[in-house]
Design a protein around this ligand. Structure first.
Ligand code: ADP
Ligand code: ZN
Length: 348
């Protein structure tokens, strides 16, 4: 078990990679545990061996809303949960987000931790202390910053994960390597086959490295004013595609990263062979990279509607080389022109 400790002003998280879910109780103080999970995880794993009180929600991001939060509050009240209880979210990003939000607000705050059961949650969603729910189709409009006391990343749990969900995790791992770790990027280039076969040693290394990268970025910038923005690499365009084209998160981010790299080349910030390396790696992981007909228009429309946009400029994440991203603002109009430009070149 490798433990990475993230200390922030809001509290300390211990991320344990390789710990088994069955050993949860070792990490919970002598308090009554209450588990929040989703129907799929509940059906696959006998969680009642570690906890009597299991609250189950439906699965999928569609359920990441205030209605689900209200349901969970009601279940907690029915279970007579008090401030001495300890909440444990066992699931992917959706379960972790809901558990974090509920634990922060119910009775003005309960202690909580996670068992992350998806690759995406292990390398990204469960790390950093953000939680939230969606509102009217917009992501994470409501939420808080509050870190879990621990995250157990049991890589054995990934064996039951559908391939498409595994892909979501690989997209974020490649993102971490591209923005901050050239050595990890080279490792991925060498070991993509064993990674995709979920070789335990390779996956454990990828999770540990990803957690280190993300945690060092979020500790350096706890409230997302500066550095943390580089974690949005591929996401400004990716989110736009995800909402309009119905793609999985990883597929959208993969296309977003390929496009952001192409934009970086167009602006003279990135050498084309570095862009090509990123594209080749994404393709080796069977992630999509091409913008399709109509995507440019969809992206631009979504960018104009982006609720989190500050005025006419966008803080865009550019790639300077493999292992280094920078954030520089660009006028929305200029960005739109560039997007149309790269999509014209791609299709000609
Ligand atoms: P993410 O971590 O991708 O944000 P979700 O919480 O939406 O994800 O989980 C993705 C899907 O995978 C959900 O349908 C969830 O029920 C399912 N799931 C989560 N963990 C596992 C697992 N270990 N094995 C199989 N399915 C899982
Ligand atoms: Zn993401």
């Amino acid at each position: 078990v490798e433990t990475i400790t993230i200390a922030t002003v809001r509290g300390t998280s211990h991320i344990m990679v390789g710990e088994r879910w069955q050993d949860l109780l070792r990490h919970i103080p002598a308090r009554r545990p209450v588990v929040i999970t989703d129907v799929n995880v509940d059906a696959l794993y006998p969680l009642n061996v570690i906890c009597e009180d299991v609250i189950t929600i439906g699965s999928g991001e569609r359920l990441q809303t205030l209605d689900t939060i209200r349901d969970v509050y009601q279940r907690l009240m029915a279970l007579e949960v008090d401030r001495s209880c300890f909440l444990v979210g066992i699931g992917g990003g959706v379960v972790c987000d809901i558990t974090g939000f509920v634990a922060t607000t119910f009775l003005r705050g309960l202690r909580f931790g996670f068992i992350a059961t998806t690759l995406l949650a292990q390398v990204d969603a469960a790390i950093g202390g953000k939680n939230g729910v969606n509102m009217d189709g917009f992501k994470n409009m409501i939420g808080t910053f509050n870190p879990p006391e621990f995250v157990i990343c049991d890589t054995n749990l990934l064996q039951t994960l559908p391939v498409r969900e595994v892909q979501n995790g690989f997209a974020e791992i490649i993102k971490h390597a591209a923005i901050a770790d050239a050595a990890l990027f080279a490792f991925l280039e060498q070991h993509h086959q064993s990674a995709r076969a979920l070789d335990d040693e390779v996956i454990a290394k990828l999770v540990v490295d990803s957690v280190r990268i993300k945690s060092s970025i979020v500790t350096a910038d706890e409230t997302e004013n500066g550095l943390r923005r580089i974690l949005n690499f591929g996401h400004t365009l990716g989110h736009a595609l995800e909402r309009t084209a119905g793609l999985a998160h990883g597929e959208a981010v993969s296309r977003g990263m390929a496009a952001a790299a192409a934009l970086s080349v167009r602006r003279g910030m990135l050498a084309d062979n570095e862009r090509q390396r990123l594209q080749t790696l994404l393709e080796a992981f069977q992630l999509p990279v091409a913008l399709e007909t109509g995507d440019a228009e969809k992206i631009c429309r979504a960018l104009r509607q982006d609720k989190k946009r500050e005025g006419r400029r966008i803080h865009f994440v550019w790639l300077e080389k493999i292992g280094k991203a920078v954030v520089k603002p660009i006028a929305l109009r200029e960005l739109e022109e560039l997007i149309h430009d790269i999509s014209r070149r791609a299709s000609s």
